[in-house]
Design a protein around this ligand. Structure first.
Ligand code: PAF
Length: 172
């Protein structure tokens, strides 16, 4: 398993794989991996040549009072779990956004309701980071938990609306 921390290095590696005709599978996470994450990895693994897992605690999706600093982290344990699931590339960026990052992705209609009503800005943070990760990884298929059903629906809508040419699948 390769561990990559630099977004540009990851992007270059993924471009090379795409040119070689490899099918890239992707599971984005915020780490502190549990059996649910591992089952998403197995699902992706069965449908790709090269499996990428990202671990990034995305500040954009935390609202006031939702404590980013106390979000649990266990990079060593997570790396061991990824290796055991035969992940090919573990992407662990200390920082993902450019210092003058100024683009936000918003799936307006779907995020006004359900969890979006009480977590204002949360889904914009999710779609912005997932769009950034999709741009870097360029996956053929990305797997998300059905547990976060609204998140899955919002990402599927983003991919459709922006013609991202990525198969976004939900798994239990
Ligand atoms: O479901 C999560 O863990 C996060 O919302 C995601 C999709 C990794 C984006 O930060």
């Amino acid at each position: 398993m390769d561990t990559v921390v630099d977004p540009d290095a990851l992007h270059q590696g993924m471009c090379k794989l795409r040119v070689e005709g490899k099918r890239i599978g992707f599971v984005p996470t915020m780490g502190f991996l549990h059996e649910g994450h591992l089952s998403l990895m197995r699902h992706a693994r069965s449908q790709c040549d090269h499996l990428v897992v990202s671990i990034y605690v995305n500040p954009l999706q935390f609202g006031p009072g939702e404590d980013l600093d106390t979000y649990p982290r266990d990079h060593d344990g997570d790396a061991r779990k990824c290796a055991a699931e035969t992940v090919d590339t573990l992407f662990l960026p200390p920082q993902l956004y450019h210092p003058d990052h100024s683009t936000s992705v918003s799936v307006a209609e779907l995020t006004r309701r359900l969890c979006g009503e009480s977590r204002v800005g949360h889904f914009d943070g999710v779609t912005t980071v997932v769009a950034r990760l999709f741009g870097l990884v360029q996956p053929n298929i990305a797997v998300f938990g059905e547990k976060d059903y609204q998140q899955l629906a919002v990402i599927q809508r983003m991919v459709r609306d922006l013609s991202m040419n990525i198969e976004v699948v939900g798994a239990p």
